[in-house]
Design a protein around this ligand. Structure first.
Ligand code: PXL
Length: 245
């Protein structure tokens, strides 16, 4: 059985963070393990508080897992501090991890900051180390410096983030008006993934980025290519959202 590692925050409500990641890995038939980077106090509506784990402890969590598991893919989610972002870069280099999906988590769906400004600057240094980055519109705007208002801007941002080092970039368009489109740039070509907008309360969408990125990581662990992994993970996400709604 393949194994995927989530390095992410703990959301006790289970729809985001490592709980959601592990559930997703298992749904794809991949064994899930996790190193927690931050704790959060939250329910399905709101984040009340966050507390990042010390970088040295996070390294110990990963070291414990790599002594016993062969890691076939890594999903990186909320990191909580600039020190943790730097530690993850070190971990990836030391462990020579492959199939790395970086969900650039800056803010919760409810609007609570999950990474400070220094951390966001450090995230840029992680980009050259990852297989795929999955920013939403706001995150892609910050990373690329392009204020994204339409599909063309999304494509330009995907190219700009690829130029910062991410081999593949998936810019998620759900926060733009109209039918949602995600844009994948694989370093050579741009692909559009069209979806149907789900009419749901904001809280139902809590953790959708986690499900998508961990679904992609699970597919990469199984040996699928990035484009196919995005397609399958999107299918899984739609099925899960229908169950919630
Ligand atoms: O959905 C982003 C996210 C990621 N990780 C954790 C979270 C959240 C949103 O609340 O709590 C741990």
């Amino acid at each position: 059985m393949k194994t995927a590692l989530a390095i992410a925050g703990f959301d006790p409500s289970g729809w985001a963070g490592v709980l959601a990641d592990i559930k997703t890995f298992e749904a794809f038939g991949v064994q899930g393990v996790a190193a927690i980077s931050a704790l959060t106090a939250q329910n399905r509506k709101d984040v009340m508080a966050t507390q990042s784990v010390k970088a040295a402890f996070m390294k110990k969590e990963v070291n414990a897992l790599t002594d016993g598991f062969r890691i076939d893919a890594v999903k990186i989610g909320m990191l909580g501090s600039a020190a943790n972002v730097r530690a993850v870069a070190e971990i990836i280099k030391n462990k020579k991890f492959k199939n790395i999906v970086l969900d650039t988590v800056f803010c919760s769906t409810s609007g609570h900051a999950l990474l400070d400004k220094k951390g966001i600057v450090e995230i840029k240094r992680l980009l050259p180390l990852v297989t795929l980055a999955t920013p939403n519109i706001a995150e892609a705007s910050v990373l690329s410096g392009i204020k994204i208002k339409n599909i063309k801007d999304m494509e330009d941002a995907a190219l700009a983030i690829n130029a910062l080092g991410a081999k593949n970039v998936l810019v998620k368009g759900g926060h733009l008006p109209g039918e949602p489109i995600d844009i994948l740039f694989d370093g050579r070509r741009i692909f559009h993934f069209k979806g149907k907008r789900i009419k749901a309360k904001k809280e139902v969408l809590h953790g959708t980025g986690c499900l998508l990125s961990s679904g992609i990581a699970a597919c990469l662990a199984k040996g699928l290519g990035v484009r196919r992994a995005v397609k399958d993970a999107r299918g899984y996400l739609m099925k899960e959202l229908k169950k919630r709604g």
